[in-house]
Design a protein around this ligand. Sequence first.
Ligand code: UD1
Ligand code: UDP
Length: 375
Amino acid sequence: MKVLTVFGTRPEAIKMAPLIKKMKEEPGIEAVLCVTAQHRQMLDQVLELFDLVPDYDLNIMKQNQTISQITSNVIMGLEEVFQKEKPDIVLVHGDTTTTFATALAAFYQQVKVGHVEAGLRTYDKYSPYPEEMNRVLTGHIADLHFAPTERNRQNLLREAISDSDIFITGNTVIDALLEVAGKPYDFEDETLRNIDFENRRVITVTCHRRENLGENMEQIFGAIRDLANEFEDTEIIYPMHMNPKVRDTANRILGNTGRIHLIEPLQYQPFVNLMAKSYLIITDSGGMQEEAPSLGKPVLVVRRETERPEAVEAGTVKLAGVSKETIYGMAKELLSEQSAYEKMAHAVNPYGDGHACERIIKILVEYGEQQTNHN
Ligand code: UD1
Ligand code: UDP
């Protein structure tokens, strides 16, 4: 069973790294890795941490790239890889443009597709944009669907995906988190080394979504600036995404002064340690809504909707929207009212037990055997 895994961005790499490592140890699987490098530096950070050396690297990233550029460069670049490798199945992850373009490229070559983190939905095609449509389209190309939760499975069934092709596995992000979270770690970053985590309340911020660029991001950063001004015992730490449009807005509204620290993207291990030491997380990231509940850290999601309602129901994640007043008000409550904070700050784990990769591999091996018997 030759499995070609393709990914291109930081979150895909974090969530697929433990799976690749385990596939390489599985005698029934020949694991080949191709990265598109839709992200360059942020992808390389993860490859280095997990000690992964890709067999192919399409190296497509351009500054301020458009979705059309990513899509066409991935499809064209993969043509040769598929022809050379002739994989039995291609594995993709989640909802990036690398994910969808790879699924489409595989379909054009009539190669089977396995979709990891399948079945997440908001049912609003422009939010998150373009991720919602990327995952819907990938889901309709895929042959095997690895759904993190029962709700994700139900979403796929509603779209007439066959029940026998859907497997509830948990989310591989928990496998990745557990691999790095337990290890002792001292920060190398100078800013983080100088933060008094015992006596200050740290708010970790990330923000990058395309639909938040512009006005929403101004509102979000405005709220964060006001929080920093109002609550003198806080430190804001924002490892900035490398998108220049995000950085321009962050530098303009937040600056890098006083108790607001704009720093470079962190390696996954220090970042997980930073989350674990934080009082509160404010983010529009998808993956952090899955990680923070495990760490027992309250998250305010600066988006209008979420495809991760399990974390909201579990109580550690709240939707804060994108208006300055609402975000400020919700964060103020958590910083001022102990009971409100404690209601959110407990570890829950709706996204898995850290064994998602093993389940996926078992299903792949069985699928390979079925295909061999069938032929
Ligand atoms: C992409 C995904 C998004 C995912 C996010 C995770 C798409 C359309 N978007 O969004 O689903 O949540 O990654 O971070 O697939 N850049 C660098 N170096 C890097 C990474 C990015 O310089 O290592 C800069 C480049 O100028 C690049 C820009 O950031 O053009 C935007 O990157 P891109 O992958 O297009 O979009 P993201 O917003 O990162
Ligand atoms: N992350 C990281 N370093 C950082 C910021 C985030 O390793 O400086 C991790 C985070 O723990 C999560 C993932 O990157 O696993 C989220 O990636 P991103 O925000 O780029 O994408 P999204 O989750 O929104 O798809």
